[in-house]
Write a protein that binds this ligand. Structure first.
Ligand code: SF4
Length: 488
């Protein structure tokens, strides 16, 4: 593919082409160049905006239009004294029915300004369709977070979790399926990192969608399979199965992260989860895990101790965190427990927790909108206050009803960032999709890329970009829980 400029018209054919910058009569100082790409039929809505800062000597500079990728290097400044790549804003691929593109170059300095326009055309419809499809594929953001469900069985029945109502079959992922799934995710992540320059810390894969992963009889083997695939496995557990044997296995397996979902405070709340023992037993299990972590000096294993905040949210169940006082009571308890464990070796680590001033005032809500507010307890150990977790309003408290939303956008950008793989290998774009209502296909017989670029997910993203919610899952999740008629 290439471009040739003739009287302001660029033919997309063969090699990249160099185009002249609009000349300005006075340029004793630096000038700015803003390049805007738009669809020729719809030029009020830019597809991309690049901003360049030109050194004073760049009067005769040129831009190379390099169209094989619609990215920051689509336009390259050909001048030794100015950065070759512009700061790029708002880059989206053109719609599939685009016939031609307009490139507008606006240059401004202290005393003058000038504009030049180029019309970009393809030599044939086939060439145009090929480029537009290639640009669209390049623009699909990569999967950031993978969630892999090892089992849909659970040994608790928390009132705020839809697990107890699950209609999908209860199953354990087989070791063979785990090998296929993790090797595909591992290969994808390596390709992704090679393309996007990620670091290995982003190779985390969470071993959970629904169910209690420690129930899996081959848990350690599966963690090994994930690690062999080059991934960094993280565990979510309700902590009820922690004991000397399983704790040993957890450390031997080589996990990098554990979220311990305690969820509730107090015996009443704990019993309501379906637990058969006392909350003190539950806390002792967590302390045993923390003690073993210290004993082994395994401080690279990050731990989150998680509670659910119900204040202001419609979550069923007793014992959830309702107030700041309760949040700080939890915090004090775990801080003291941690401080009184066997002294840990923390080479060069500062154990004094540092909490932002605004969090001190309100430990129930992260000001960035993240539903998980972190309160540091120790090196690599956080207390997490998680807001309103009921799997996207999958469980509505009694006396309340749901008013589904028809418009909105996912606060986590899940359709652009998240892949949930269920116990049978089928896939959704969101880990709130507990029944896999979306089901994009199976990772057992498709690649991550094919599922991530499936027509259904393309449509969901397109509609959500326009704030239209097509999936009942998202309509429910972004809906509003209100009192039923006759209830306060
Ligand atoms: S259900 Fe939809 S809106 Fe809710 S978190 Fe998932 S993708 Fe986002």
């Amino acid at each position: 593919m290439g471009w040739q400029g003739t009287n302001g018209v660029i033919q997309i054919r063969g090699q990249p082409v160099s185009v002249a910058l609009p000349p300005v009569p006075f340029y004793p100082t630096a000038t700015n160049l803003v390049a805007t790409l738009s669809s020729a039929a719809d030029n009020w809505q830019p597809l991309g905006i690049w901003e360049f800062s030109l050194s004073p000597s760049a009067a005769a500079g040129r831009l190379t239009v390099s169209p094989s990728f619609l990215d920051q290097a689509f336009l390259i400044l050909d001048h030794p004294n100015s950065p070759p790549l512009g700061h790029v804003h708002h880059l989206v691929p053109p719609p599939a029915d685009t016939r031609a593109l307009d490139l507008t170059l606006h240059r401004s300095g202290a005393f003058s300004e000038a504009t030049a326009r180029y019309h970009l055309q393809w030599p044939s419809d086939a060439a145009r369709a090929k480029d537009l499809e290639s640009w669209r594929r390049q623009a699909v953001s990569p999967v950031d977070w993978f969630y892999v469900e090892l089992t849909s069985h659970c040994n608790l029945s928390c009132p705020f979790c839809p697990s107890r109502l699950l209609k999908r079959p209860r199953a354990f992922m087989t070791l063979d399926h785990a090998r296929t799934i993790f090797s595909k995710i591992g290969a994808y992540v390596r390709r992704r990192d090679a393309t996007w320059g990620y670091t290995e810390t982003d190779r985390m894969v969470f071993l959970h969608v629904m169910g209690e992963p420690l129930l899996h009889p081959r848990f350690v083997d599966i963690v090994g399979v994930a690690r062999q695939a080059g991934l960094v496995p993280g565990l979510f557990t309700n902590a009820t199965l922690l004991n000397a044997k399983s704790i040993g296995k957890i450390f031997d397996a080589g996990l990098s992260h554990i979220t311990i979902s305690l969820n509730v405070t107090g015996q009443e709340g704990y019993s309501q989860l379906g637990a058969r023992d006392g909350i003190d037993d539950q806390e002792q299990r967590v302390i045993a895990l923390l003690r073993e972590r210290n004993r082994r000096g395994a401080h690279r294993l990050h731990l989150d101790i998680q509670y659910i905040v119900s204040a202001g949210h419609a979550v069923s169940g007793r014992g959830l965190v309702e107030s700041r006082q309760q949040a700080w009571a939890c915090y004090r308890k775990w801080l003291l427990l941690l401080r009184h464990l066997e002294p840990a070796e923390h080479p060069a680590a500062d154990r004094r927790p540092s909490i932002a001033l605004e969090t001190l005032g309100d430990p129930l809500a992260d000001k960035t909108g993240d539903p998980s507010l972190r309160l540091p307890l120790d090196v690599g150990v956080d207390l997490v206050m998680k807001s309103g977790c009921s799997f996207g309003n999958a469980v509505i408290p009694s006396g309340k009803t749901l008013r589904p939303a028809s418009r909105g956008r996912c606060p986590f950008d899940s359709p652009w960032r998240q892949m949930a793989v269920f116990v049978d290998g089928s896939v959704s774009f969101c880990n709130m999709d507990h029944e896999n209502s979306v089901n994009l296909g199976s990772l057992l017989d498709s690649s991550v890329e094919a599922l991530w670029d499936s027509p259904r997910l393309q449509r969901i993203r397109r509609e959500m970009t326009a704030e239209r919610l097509t999936e009942p899952l998202c309509r429910r999740c972004l809906g509003t829980v209100v009192p039923q008629a006759g209830h306060p």
